[in-house]
Design a protein around this ligand. Structure first.
Ligand SMILES: Cc1cc2nc3c(=O)[nH]c(=O)nc-3n(C[C@H](O)[C@H](O)[C@H](O)COP(=O)(O)O)c2cc1C
Length: 188
Protein backbone atom coordinates (compact mmCIF):
# COMPACT_ATOMS: atom_id res chain seq x y z
CA UNK A 1 0.00 0.00 0.00
CA UNK A 2 1.39 3.42 -0.93
CA UNK A 3 1.12 6.35 1.41
CA UNK A 4 -1.67 8.84 0.66
CA UNK A 5 -0.66 12.06 -1.04
CA UNK A 6 -0.96 15.17 1.10
CA UNK A 7 -0.88 18.41 -0.85
CA UNK A 8 0.20 21.48 1.10
CA UNK A 9 -1.23 24.43 -0.81
CA UNK A 10 0.29 27.88 -0.27
CA UNK A 11 -2.49 30.41 -0.81
CA UNK A 12 -0.74 33.77 -0.64
CA UNK A 13 0.81 35.11 -3.84
CA UNK A 14 1.62 38.54 -2.44
CA UNK A 15 5.14 39.95 -3.02
CA UNK A 16 6.83 39.91 0.38
CA UNK A 17 4.45 37.20 1.65
CA UNK A 18 5.21 35.06 4.65
CA UNK A 19 3.02 32.27 3.28
CA UNK A 20 5.81 30.53 1.42
CA UNK A 21 7.84 30.19 4.63
CA UNK A 22 4.89 28.69 6.51
CA UNK A 23 4.17 26.32 3.64
CA UNK A 24 7.76 25.08 3.62
CA UNK A 25 7.74 24.81 7.42
CA UNK A 26 4.56 22.73 7.46
CA UNK A 27 5.63 20.52 4.53
CA UNK A 28 8.84 19.65 6.36
CA UNK A 29 6.93 18.60 9.49
CA UNK A 30 4.53 16.60 7.32
CA UNK A 31 7.44 14.73 5.71
CA UNK A 32 8.88 13.96 9.14
CA UNK A 33 5.45 12.79 10.32
CA UNK A 34 5.68 9.95 7.82
CA UNK A 35 1.97 9.33 7.23
CA UNK A 36 1.86 10.89 3.79
CA UNK A 37 3.71 11.49 0.57
CA UNK A 38 3.91 15.29 0.68
CA UNK A 39 3.63 17.69 -2.23
CA UNK A 40 4.11 21.43 -1.82
CA UNK A 41 1.95 23.47 -4.18
CA UNK A 42 2.41 27.23 -4.44
CA UNK A 43 -0.49 29.12 -6.03
CA UNK A 44 2.01 31.79 -7.06
CA UNK A 45 3.67 29.17 -9.27
CA UNK A 46 0.40 27.61 -10.44
CA UNK A 47 -0.56 31.06 -11.77
CA UNK A 48 -4.22 30.51 -12.55
CA UNK A 49 -6.15 33.39 -14.14
CA UNK A 50 -9.50 34.42 -12.69
CA UNK A 51 -11.98 31.63 -13.36
CA UNK A 52 -12.43 31.57 -17.12
CA UNK A 53 -14.20 28.26 -17.75
CA UNK A 54 -17.62 28.56 -19.42
CA UNK A 55 -19.08 25.36 -17.94
CA UNK A 56 -19.71 24.42 -14.31
CA UNK A 57 -16.68 22.54 -13.03
CA UNK A 58 -18.82 19.60 -11.86
CA UNK A 59 -19.01 18.62 -15.54
CA UNK A 60 -15.23 18.37 -15.76
CA UNK A 61 -15.45 19.65 -19.34
CA UNK A 62 -12.56 22.06 -19.18
CA UNK A 63 -11.72 24.33 -22.11
CA UNK A 64 -8.33 25.54 -20.99
CA UNK A 65 -5.04 23.72 -20.53
CA UNK A 66 -4.35 25.57 -17.26
CA UNK A 67 -7.57 24.10 -15.84
CA UNK A 68 -6.76 20.59 -17.06
CA UNK A 69 -3.32 20.89 -15.46
CA UNK A 70 -4.79 22.14 -12.17
CA UNK A 71 -7.39 19.36 -12.28
CA UNK A 72 -4.69 16.70 -12.73
CA UNK A 73 -2.70 18.15 -9.86
CA UNK A 74 -5.56 18.23 -7.36
CA UNK A 75 -7.00 14.89 -8.50
CA UNK A 76 -3.85 13.07 -7.40
CA UNK A 77 -4.13 14.47 -3.86
CA UNK A 78 -5.70 12.31 -1.14
CA UNK A 79 -5.79 15.10 1.45
CA UNK A 80 -5.02 18.80 1.56
CA UNK A 81 -3.68 21.47 3.86
CA UNK A 82 -4.43 25.05 2.92
CA UNK A 83 -1.81 27.46 4.21
CA UNK A 84 -3.90 30.59 4.32
CA UNK A 85 -3.39 34.20 5.33
CA UNK A 86 -6.16 36.24 6.88
CA UNK A 87 -7.13 39.25 4.82
CA UNK A 88 -9.97 41.43 6.10
CA UNK A 89 -11.40 38.68 8.33
CA UNK A 90 -11.35 36.16 5.51
CA UNK A 91 -9.06 34.02 3.40
CA UNK A 92 -7.52 35.36 0.24
CA UNK A 93 -9.17 35.66 -3.15
CA UNK A 94 -6.48 33.67 -4.96
CA UNK A 95 -7.34 30.61 -2.89
CA UNK A 96 -11.08 30.99 -3.50
CA UNK A 97 -10.42 31.21 -7.21
CA UNK A 98 -8.24 28.10 -7.17
CA UNK A 99 -10.90 26.18 -5.25
CA UNK A 100 -13.72 27.32 -7.55
CA UNK A 101 -11.93 26.14 -10.70
CA UNK A 102 -12.59 22.48 -9.81
CA UNK A 103 -15.31 20.34 -8.29
CA UNK A 104 -15.15 16.53 -8.25
CA UNK A 105 -11.39 16.63 -7.74
CA UNK A 106 -11.93 17.89 -4.18
CA UNK A 107 -14.62 15.41 -3.18
CA UNK A 108 -14.35 13.07 -0.18
CA UNK A 109 -10.92 14.21 0.95
CA UNK A 110 -9.79 15.43 4.33
CA UNK A 111 -8.57 19.01 4.62
CA UNK A 112 -6.67 20.86 7.33
CA UNK A 113 -5.57 24.43 7.73
CA UNK A 114 -2.53 26.45 8.65
CA UNK A 115 -3.98 29.91 9.25
CA UNK A 116 -1.89 32.93 10.03
CA UNK A 117 -2.22 36.67 10.17
CA UNK A 118 -2.05 39.56 12.57
CA UNK A 119 -4.11 39.45 15.73
CA UNK A 120 -6.65 37.20 14.02
CA UNK A 121 -4.11 34.36 13.70
CA UNK A 122 -5.97 33.09 10.66
CA UNK A 123 -8.93 31.92 12.77
CA UNK A 124 -11.56 33.80 10.79
CA UNK A 125 -10.00 32.77 7.48
CA UNK A 126 -10.26 29.13 8.55
CA UNK A 127 -13.89 29.48 9.65
CA UNK A 128 -14.77 30.92 6.24
CA UNK A 129 -12.92 28.13 4.49
CA UNK A 130 -14.80 25.43 6.39
CA UNK A 131 -18.08 26.69 4.95
CA UNK A 132 -16.71 26.55 1.41
CA UNK A 133 -14.87 23.23 1.57
CA UNK A 134 -17.90 21.32 2.87
CA UNK A 135 -19.82 22.48 -0.21
CA UNK A 136 -17.21 20.60 -2.21
CA UNK A 137 -17.59 17.52 0.03
CA UNK A 138 -14.19 17.94 1.58
CA UNK A 139 -14.03 16.91 5.24
CA UNK A 140 -12.36 19.59 7.38
CA UNK A 141 -10.55 18.39 10.49
CA UNK A 142 -10.89 20.19 13.82
CA UNK A 143 -7.18 20.36 14.63
CA UNK A 144 -5.45 23.38 13.09
CA UNK A 145 -2.36 25.54 13.22
CA UNK A 146 -2.96 29.19 14.04
CA UNK A 147 -0.21 31.78 13.96
CA UNK A 148 -0.74 35.31 15.29
CA UNK A 149 1.55 38.10 14.13
CA UNK A 150 3.07 35.71 11.63
CA UNK A 151 5.93 37.89 10.45
CA UNK A 152 7.36 37.84 13.98
CA UNK A 153 7.83 34.07 13.70
CA UNK A 154 10.40 34.37 10.92
CA UNK A 155 14.16 34.59 11.37
CA UNK A 156 16.53 36.91 9.50
CA UNK A 157 16.60 34.49 6.53
CA UNK A 158 12.81 34.49 6.34
CA UNK A 159 12.42 30.94 7.69
CA UNK A 160 9.91 29.96 10.39
CA UNK A 161 11.56 29.82 13.81
CA UNK A 162 10.90 26.38 15.37
CA UNK A 163 8.35 26.45 18.17
CA UNK A 164 7.46 23.26 20.10
CA UNK A 165 3.80 24.15 20.62
CA UNK A 166 3.31 24.99 16.97
CA UNK A 167 5.05 21.80 15.89
CA UNK A 168 2.78 19.85 18.25
CA UNK A 169 -0.28 21.51 16.72
CA UNK A 170 0.94 20.61 13.24
CA UNK A 171 1.48 16.97 14.22
CA UNK A 172 -1.92 16.76 15.90
CA UNK A 173 -3.50 17.96 12.68
CA UNK A 174 -1.45 15.50 10.62
CA UNK A 175 -2.52 12.62 12.90
CA UNK A 176 -6.15 13.57 12.42
CA UNK A 177 -5.75 13.99 8.66
CA UNK A 178 -4.20 10.52 8.51
CA UNK A 179 -7.02 9.03 10.61
CA UNK A 180 -9.78 10.60 8.50
CA UNK A 181 -8.01 9.86 5.22
CA UNK A 182 -7.78 6.18 6.12
CA UNK A 183 -11.58 6.13 6.47
CA UNK A 184 -12.36 8.23 3.41
CA UNK A 185 -9.83 6.67 1.07
CA UNK A 186 -9.05 3.20 2.37
CA UNK A 187 -7.42 2.17 -0.92
CA UNK A 188 -4.91 5.01 -0.98
C1 LIG B 1 -5.14 43.19 2.69
C2 LIG B 1 -4.76 42.70 4.04
C3 LIG B 1 -5.73 42.48 4.97
C4 LIG B 1 -5.39 41.97 6.23
N1 LIG B 1 -6.40 41.71 7.12
C5 LIG B 1 -6.10 41.06 8.27
C6 LIG B 1 -7.14 40.64 9.16
O1 LIG B 1 -8.31 40.83 8.93
N2 LIG B 1 -6.79 39.99 10.29
C7 LIG B 1 -5.47 39.71 10.61
O2 LIG B 1 -5.21 39.10 11.64
N3 LIG B 1 -4.47 40.11 9.79
C8 LIG B 1 -4.75 40.76 8.63
N4 LIG B 1 -3.73 41.14 7.77
C9 LIG B 1 -2.37 40.80 8.13
C10 LIG B 1 -1.93 39.58 7.34
O3 LIG B 1 -2.62 38.43 7.72
C11 LIG B 1 -0.42 39.37 7.47
O4 LIG B 1 0.19 40.51 6.91
C12 LIG B 1 0.05 38.12 6.75
O5 LIG B 1 1.44 38.13 6.77
C13 LIG B 1 -0.40 38.08 5.29
O6 LIG B 1 0.01 36.89 4.69
P1 LIG B 1 1.07 36.87 3.50
O7 LIG B 1 2.25 37.69 3.98
O8 LIG B 1 1.46 35.43 3.32
O9 LIG B 1 0.40 37.45 2.29
C14 LIG B 1 -4.04 41.68 6.53
C15 LIG B 1 -3.06 41.92 5.56
C16 LIG B 1 -3.41 42.41 4.33
C17 LIG B 1 -2.33 42.62 3.29
Amino acid sequence: MTEPVLQVIIASTRPGRVGRAFGEWFAEIAREHGGFRVELIDLAEVGLPFLDEPKHPRLGDYQHQHTRDWSATIARGDAYVFVTPEYNYGYNAVLKNAIDFLHNEWHDKAVGFVGYGGIGAGTRAIQQLKQVVTTLRMVPVFEAVNVPFAAKSLDAEGRVVPDPERTAAANAMLDELARVTAKLRPAS
